[in-house]
Design a protein around this ligand. Structure first.
Ligand SMILES: [Fe+2]
Ligand SMILES: [Fe+2]
Length: 317
């Protein structure tokens, strides 16, 4: 079924349901911004990922980059919003903006807990903010959008692995942290085509797209590696050899996180690549059912009045 067919079905349902609850544009497009309010606090485990300091600080480093990073993604798409005439894409952009805004908010709350545990997530957040502010000033808008498209590919394939690979779900031992990461992973895949489609619509080409990916990859690894080292230093675990080797093996060893992403990462360089070439429709349906239906881990968490209509099979992906 094409996106347009799904959209028509959804809007029909939407017309029926607006009598009761007005759906947002994102909900109509199958990219519903779900309003969350996770409760991170004193109970949140210090080493919430595999009881391992290296891996916990690694994921916390990524989390520290999200609030400013995802605000940048939204801004770069907003730069071209006025050029979008197609109603489906307009609605998808609304959903994308709403989802990313909510991710920024919840990761900021999660990062506050890490900060209280002595990890300098606030400093990392500020530094990324300065870097992206500079990027907004000096880089052409088309390149800024291409960087977003590249990083959205990163987040989509990483998120897909979080959903597919049971090791992640077993390793995240804190229940609130598990909800946060799985919810974010689901939504990253729900909106994975949006920045790409806007980029194509405004005439973005292959050369800039792949150049931006190379640029984003260099910056991503430099920022993550140095940020991770500083978090481990602050945590006092930088020289915990046993935990670090175990964590390094998990990230880079046989069947490790990064090696298993290599093919999907490289696929981005194929001319004609589109994020929907990586089929996640069934995966997302399964996770929506698992998380959002009655009794699911997010069922009582969502604050939207139209929550009842946000569990259906309306994936854009
Ligand atoms: Fe996000
Ligand atoms: Fe995203």
């Amino acid at each position: 079924m094409t996106n347009k067919q799904v959209y028509r079905m959804t809007t029909t349902t939407a017309t029926e349901t607006t009598k009761k609850v007005r759906m947002t544009a994102g909900e109509r497009a199958g990219i519903p911004p779900r309003r969350m309010d996770f409760e991170f606090g004193e109970d949140t485990k210090r080493y919430w990922y595999a009881d391992n300091s290296f891996l916990t600080t690694f994921w916390t480093t990524l989390s520290a980059l999200f609030p400013e990073g995802e605000t940048f993604f939204v801004d770069t798409v907003k730069n071209y919003r006025h050029e979008i005439k197609d109603q489906l894409l307009k609605d998808q952009v609304s959903g994308f903006i709403g989802q990313e805004a909510m991710h920024s908010k919840e990761h900021a709350a999660f990062n506050d807990v890490a900060e209280r545990n002595g990890l300098p997530t606030g400093t990392l957040d500020k530094e990324v903010g300065w870097l992206l502010k500079l990027g907004r000033k000096i880089l052409p808008k088309k390149l800024q959008l291409a960087i977003t498209v590249a990083l959205e590919h990163y987040t989509a394939i990483l998120a897909e692995q979080l959903l597919r690979d049971k090791r992640h779900q077993e390793n995240i031992s804190d229940p609130e942290a598990l909800k946060l990461w799985m919810w974010h992973a689901l939504e990253e895949n729900e909106h994975k085509i949006v920045a790409y489609d806007v980029y194509q619509l405004v005439g973005g080409g292959y050369f800039l797209r792949t150049f931006a990916m190379l640029l984003a990859t260099v910056f991503f690894f430099v920022i993550v590696i140095q940020g991770h080292a500083r978090l481990m230093w602050a945590d006092g675990s930088l020289f915990n050899i046993k935990a670090n080797l175990k964590g390094l093996w998990f990230l880079w060893g046989w069947k490790g996180l990064f090696p298993t992403l290599t093919f999907k990462y490289l696929d981005y360089f194929r001319p004609g690549f589109h994020p929907n070439d990586h089929d996640t429709v069934q995966l997302l349906d399964d996770w929506r059912e698992k998380m959002l239906q009655d009794g699911g881990m997010l069922a009582d968490q969502i604050k939207n009045p139209s929550h009842a209509h946000m569990t259906g099979n309306t994936s854009a992906a």
